[in-house]
Structure formats: structure tokens, C-alpha cells
Design a protein around this ligand. Sequence first.
Ligand SMILES: NC(=O)CC(=O)C(=O)O
Length: 251
Amino acid sequence: MASLVREQAGAADLVVLPELWTTGAFAYEEFATEAEPLDGPTCEAMAKAASDAGVWLHAGSIPERDPEGPLYNTSLVFSPSGELAAAYRKIHRFGFDKGEAVLMGAGEDLVTVRLPDTTVGLGTCYDLRFPELFRGLVDAGAETFVLPAGWPERRRAHWTLLARARAVENQAFVLACGTAGTHAGVPQAGHSIVVDPWGEVLAEAGPGEEILTVDFDPARVAATREQFPALKDRVLGLDRPGSRPRYRDGA
Ligand SMILES: NC(=O)CC(=O)C(=O)O
């Protein structure tokens, strides 16, 4: 993975990797054996790859070992000088009563990171189904969402639909990078996708491994929000019972 990142030197400003690529998102038994702290060998290798290539690197996510707590599914962003600029612990864990949902702890913090031309809001895979997270990130200034995933082929239609929905409703770019191949018997969707603030798909990968390259202009977020200012019409608090407008039964 480090040599793939290095190949982007001079070609990309930001490189994005998928979710849990050291294990596979469904290789549950490997989470504990492969987990490492944020100064572990994978982070060290990714920090070096980012600085060797001189790129911002969203290094996807790894199983994080917190000496004080449970394992976490943690996404990592490195600056072009190899500093860990952000770490985001996945808030919505997938699996209902098994897998990640029981093997890993839930993150609690919404995380944004300022890149030179855009503020990036972080989400991971299953988070894509929860619009309130992305609204929270918009409130924190996000203009571009970066989301690594290990999304199964079986639900690929949801992947595309949700990526476009998060882009349209938040008038933001969505850069969603998915794993390819088969992980622990689960065929992965691939189909990494980049969506613009109008909901148009700027680029989409195929089902297999590939490097998807896209040029986008972060200034389009402010322009879209100004030309079609739907975000200003939000009624806040609808998802919080007790807040206004009030909830009532019937007509
Ligand atoms: N793997 C995930 O985190 C999410 C997923 O599979 C889904 O359908 O949602």
C-alpha cells in the first residue's frame, strides 16, 4: 500500500485508501490479532508514505488498539509532512449483534480536518447510512466528506444511492473509497465513487482493484450553497424529541 501511495507523488494532492485494508472489513477474527496503536507499524508506514509522496493521505481505517479501552475502527489522515492530522473512530459499528458491532467500541467524536482548499469531514462505511452524522459535520464546517468502506457487493445499490444522497443534501463533495475482492467470504462492491455537491457522479471505479483519479474544485461547495441555499432552510432539532417543532399524534 505504501508503494502505491508513493506512486502518487506529483500526481495527486490527496490520496484515499479503503476501510480496514490490513484485515478486510469482515475478517472479524483478525481484528484483535492485527490491531495496533496509533504509533504502530501501519501508522508509521503510512506517515512515511505520505511524506515521501508529499501528499495528504487518508489512509483508510485500521483496527486500533487503545491501551485503555476496546478496539476501534479508526480512520487516519496524514499531512504531506507525515504528521497524523486526524484520527476518527467509527461511530456506527456494523453487524447488529455480531462482528464489528460487538468486537469494537463506538467512537464518540465528530472529526473534521482542514486541508489547504477544503474542510474534510470524516465518516467510515456504515456511517454513510446515518445522515445526522453528516449534518453534524456540515455544522462543524465540512465541505468534503471522505469515507473509506468495505461495502459488500450485495448492497451496492445502497452505496451509490447513499453517497449521492449525502452529497446532495449537504451540498458537499463525497469521496468514498471501497474495497474490492472477497474478504472473509464476503464479495466486496469496489466501485469507489466521487460525487459533487449537485449530486453528479464525477468518477466511479469498477468492481476490481484500481486507482481512480479525479480533479475537483472545492470552491464549488460555496458556489452551490450560495446559488441554491437549501441548507439555510433547515429546521433544527427535528431529530430531538422535546425540541421545537413539537411532536404530536394524529391530525
Ligand atoms: N460494512 C459496513 O460497515 C456497512 C454495510 O455493509 C452496509 O450495508 O451498511
